[in-house]
Design a binder for this molecule. Structure first.
Ligand code: FA5
Length: 345
């Protein structure tokens, strides 16, 4: 029996040494130390032994069990450690590898042009204000000297929500709102950028939704020459000294006299193309001296106060500055178009 136990110990230890799998190791444990294993079997036969032999055999059986169990445990630790080391080795990060480039976005060309125009006017002492895009008929038309039924309303075909509420057709209602807030007192010097809406047919230079930047200056002794000087400074800074500018007499019910400003076309250098409709010029803004009726309706004394106002189209300005041949490029957001305005590529 003693020999059998020693044989089992050697056999089990040899098997443990030969395995390199945790599953197999567990099978060995069950096979040798389990209830149905050979050691338990040997111990069961102890009843046949004499009283002197029994404790000796009992002690030996325990020794054998312990030796096998220790060997299994040691092997288990060794295999588990090896598994962890193997996992760590396979997950090693090479910190010296160069990183993958991250694609960086950039400001939309329209945002850039609007910020540039804002900076220019802030530099001349203007304040930036905002107004609602869903506007009352009163501010969009009536307070601007365009009573109901006025034929000039047709110049700005509108999207109406109710009879009295519409999507604003220009940023000029912000003029009326700002003057009203000032309650007929003190000077005003503001610009207002924002979206406007018209039932215009889309083409290379027209969109049914576009941006405008309104400007309004009210004070004592404000003259047409102040407006002309301001627009000239703006145009020269925006387009450079070499571009031609022209002011044409025009009509807006809320300004008198009224003008429109054109810039020479960058695409054809004034020779005529589809963008400038063969004229060599592109209109970028409307302007004029604030009509006395508009000042009076907002509570200003038109004998004491005068003012000028302008409304420009930043899309058209960006087209002229960057040589863009179709206004629709701003809204379709083709990445190949947008990428050309990136500072990073
Ligand atoms: C106006 O909207 C006046 N409120 C401007 C104004 C303000 C005049 C203050 C006097 C005093 P007009 O409809 O011309 O005017 O538009 C002004 C500018 O907006 C145009 O010069 C043009 O640059 C731009 N614009 C007009 N219609 C469109 C359109 N459909 N798509 C893109 N830009 C447009």
């Amino acid at each position: 029996m003693q020999e059998r136990l020693k044989e089992l110990q050697e056999e089990a230890i040899q098997k443990v040494e030969q395995t390199d799998s945790l599953k197999e190791l567990n099978d060995i444990r069950v096979a040798y130390l389990g209830k149905k294993g050979p050691i338990t079997e040997v111990l069961r036969g102890m009843g046949k032994l004499s009283a002197e032999e029994r404790p000796i055999m009992g002690a030996l059986a325990n020794e054998v069990r312990e030796a096998i169990s220790n060997k299994i445990e040691a092997k288990q630790n060794e295999l588990e450690e090896a598994a962890v080391n193997e996992k760590l080795a396979s997950e090693t990060i090479d910190v010296t590898l160069p990183g993958r480039p991250v694609r960086v976005g950039n400001h939309h060309p329209l945002t850039r042009i609007i910020e540039e125009i804002e900076d220019l006017f802030i530099g001349m002492g203007y304040r930036v204000v905002e107004g609602p895009e869903v506007e009352q008929d009163y501010y969009n038309f009536e307070a601007l000297n365009l009573p109901k039924g006025h034929p000039a309303r047709d110049m700005q075909d509108s999207f109406y929500i109710t009879e009295e509420i519409l999507m604003r057709t220009h940023t000029s209602p912000v003029q009326a709102r700002t003057m009203e807030k000032h309650d007929g007192k003190g000077p005003i010097k503001i610009i207002c950028p924002g979206k406007v809406y018209r039932r215009d047919n889309d083409d290379a230079t027209h969109s049914h939704q576009f941006m405008q930047i309104e400007g309004l200056v009210v004070g004592e002794n404000i003259r047409m020459s102040d407006l002309k000087g301001t627009l000239e400074v703006f145009a020269k800074k925006m387009f450079g000294e070499d571009r031609d500018i022209r002011l044409r007499p025009s009509f807006f019910p809320f300004t008198e006299p009224s003008v429109e400003m054109d810039i020479s076309c960058k695409i054809c250098h004034g020779h005529g193309c589809s963008v400038c409709k063969q004229t060599g010029w592109i209109e970028i803004l409307g302007a004029g001296m604030v009509h006395p009726n508009v000042l009076e309706m907002a509570g200003y004394d038109s004998k004491k106060y005068t003012g000028f106002a302008f409304g420009m189209g930043p899309e058209r300005i960006a087209m002229l500055k960057y040589g863009i041949d179709d206004i629709r490029h701003f809204y379709t957001n083709d990445v190949r178009f947008l990428k050309q305005f990136s500072k990073h590529e």
